[in-house]
Design a binder for this molecule. Structure first.
Ligand code: ARG
Length: 565
């Protein structure tokens, strides 16, 4: 069903093998304006090759092409504008969608290869930030898209659950902590203790040593330190998992930084053996001068390991445990340097797989043009955002469709979907201006707009009592003229998925489903689908195909599609 390929093959034959069909395929374009055809082939490179005027070549080629798939060929200057046989192509596509359903648009180039995705990865005892929300949403969509392309995604929540700050937290809790308060409101309380610790340490520098001491104990496996840490971690995870549940995100592993505690000696040893460790200011570092990067700090003067050390251990562990073909890190662009250093150190240590590691950065979430931060006190901000969005969606339902059956369920699907779509619709590197009103609009490029289009199309099918099983025969009754714009969008689905996969860019899918929803809504406004006619069954088959693709597109972004809303 790849018509580009088919055209390339036909041209290849018409050219009697003068140009490899792969090269031809790369030259084939998709005209911006569909009135200029469905595909276009520019003859400039051929003109150079054959030393002949490009428009003459175009003319000659047009006369040689004979294929049922391509019903009309126009020569415009140096271009060959090719029109697909609408009936034939439409029938093929609709048939495919009806047969393949949710499988439509899939690829198999991933060949079952494991891809680890480091995503979400919040720091325990701290509020879940907007950055972590972005990482969760983007990582989840990338995982779904990779899976659609035949990879096996492994979602890893690399929790920030280790480091000197936990020594400080233990020390603060021992001094001022209250078990009941922490239990009632863990993240808020722990954060308050941490802040108090820093304030007190300003005038009492001995506290810093005490904190470091507790972390040392923790690293050495001290019972008391460990059980306090475990408790902080459990309580934090309870809060985080409420957010994950709201968003329907699950992980294959919660192996966070602490998990690598017993795997760090090996890393340090390995770097020593390769003679990469040097002393600098009493600390152990790997110099990265050739790579034009600052040195990577591996071990502090007191022997404590660092964020980077733990990431080195994690990278090696992931290779050994999952034998990944790619290892992705969905982390904000502030950490670009860290990942460059990480990859550089592993390269220096001779791990060829280091260049299968990819940092997938993203921009910031802004509110009124400023970075959105989770300030003191405002700790459940993120859950608040989701809940507010759900409440607003609930309110919309009450206004627009008060008789809807499962109002709460749908409000959740729409409210959460809106937040996710808003995050994914732009290139991930862009900063995003946060606006709930904007997210929840039913028009324009929003999640609810796509969901609403899906629900509307589903209701058309319900009203018509249409069944997919009886549809196949019906497909052959129309010319598909009016339907063509929708059909050619449906045809593009697998390309959008491929682009999204290759560039780790879910916005390709988000933009695609908005475009599909738009052409479909236009079609629906012009053509009376529910009116009895000879073509009704074929039209309903098209509506059905649109529902399949919209639903699958939303699913790939991690968004649900209510049948009614
Ligand atoms: N916990 C870190 C933070 O909040 C993000 C961890 C990203 N993943 C990693 N393997 N370093 O900044």
């Amino acid at each position: 069903m790849n018509f580009k390929k088919e055209l390339a093959e036909v041209l290849h034959q018409a050219l009697e093998g003068e140009l490899a069909s792969q090269n031809i395929e790369q030259l084939i374009e998709k005209p911006k304006n569909q009135d200029h055809g469905d595909l276009a082939f520019p003859c400039f490179s051929l003109a150079k090759l054959k030393r002949k005027a490009p428009n003459l070549i175009a003319q000659e080629l047009s006369e040689k092409i004979q294929s049922p798939t391509f019903e009309k060929i126009e020569v415009v200057g140096a271009y060959l504008n090719v029109f697909l046989n609408k009936k034939l192509v439409a029938e093929q596509i609709i048939n495919n969608i009806i047969n393949e359903k949710g499988q439509y648009g899939a690829h198999d180039f991933g060949q079952g290869g494991n891809v680890t995705i480091d995503m979400s990865s919040p720091n325990i005892a701290k509020p879940f930030s907007m950055g972590h929300l972005r990482s969760t949403v983007i990582g989840n969509a990338i995982a779904l898209i990779l899976e659609k392309c035949g990879y096996k995604p492994i979602k890893i929540n690399h929790l920030g659950d280790w480091g000197t700050q936990f020594g400080k937290l233990i020390s603060a809790y021992k001094r001022w902590g209250d078990e009941e308060k922490v239990k009632a409101n863990p993240i808020k309380e722990l954060l308050a203790l941490y802040i108090k610790f820093h304030a007190e340490a300003e005038t009492n520098p001995a506290l810093e040593d005490e904190g470091r001491g507790w972390f040392k104990k923790l690293e050495d496996g001290d019972q008391e330190a460990h059980s306090l840490w475990q408790w902080f971690r459990d309580e934090s995870l309870k809060e985080f998992s409420r957010i994950y549940q709201l968003m329907n995100v699950e992980f294959d592993s919660y192996a966070g930084e602490a998990f690598y505690n017993d795997k760090m000696d090996r890393v340090v040893q390995l770097l020593e053996e390769k003679q990469l460790l040097v002393e600098s200011d009493q600390a152990q570092v790997v110099e990265l001068t050739e790579e034009e990067l600052p040195p990577c700090l591996i071990k502090k003067s007191d022997g404590a390991t660092l964020y980077a050390t733990r990431d080195l251990a994690a990278a090696i562990y992931r290779k050994e445990n999952y034998d990944f073909v790619q290892s992705l890190y969905v982390v904000g662009h502030e950490q670009s340097l860290h990942f460059k250093q990480l990859i550089a150190v592993l390269n220096k240590a001779g791990f060829e797989w280091a260049d299968k590691m990819v940092h997938i950065p993203f921009g910031m979430m802004l509110k009124d043009g400023k970075k959105m931060s989770t300030r003191k006190g405002k700790v459940v901000l993120l859950e608040e955002v989701l809940n507010e969005s759900i409440a607003m969606a609930r309110h919309n339902i009450e206004e627009k469709n008060p008789n809807l059956a499962d109002k709460d369920g749908v409000a959740k699907q729409v409210g959460v979907g809106a937040v996710i779509f808003h995050d994914l619709k732009n290139n991930r590197m862009n900063d995003i201006e946060f606006s709930l009103e904007e997210m929840l609009r039913f028009e324009g490029e929003t999640g609810p707009y796509v969901q609403y289009t899906f629900a509307r199309a589903s209701s058309i099918l319900r009203k018509a009592g249409w069944k997919a099983e009886t549809a196949l025969a019906a497909v052959y009754q129309t010319t598909w003229e009016n339907e063509w714009k929708v059909i050619s969008m449906l045809m593009e689905f697998s390309n959008a998925i491929k682009r999204a996969c290759e560039n780790y860019d879910p916005s390709q899918v988000a933009k695609y489903i908005v475009d599909l929803a738009q052409v479909f809504n236009k079609y629906y406004a012009e053509v009376k689908v529910l009116e009895e006619s000879e073509e009704q069954n074929a039209r309903l088959a098209l509506v059905y195909s649109v529902t399949i693709v919209l639903k699958e597109g939303l699913r790939l972004l991690g968004i649900e599609a209510p049948e009614e809303m």
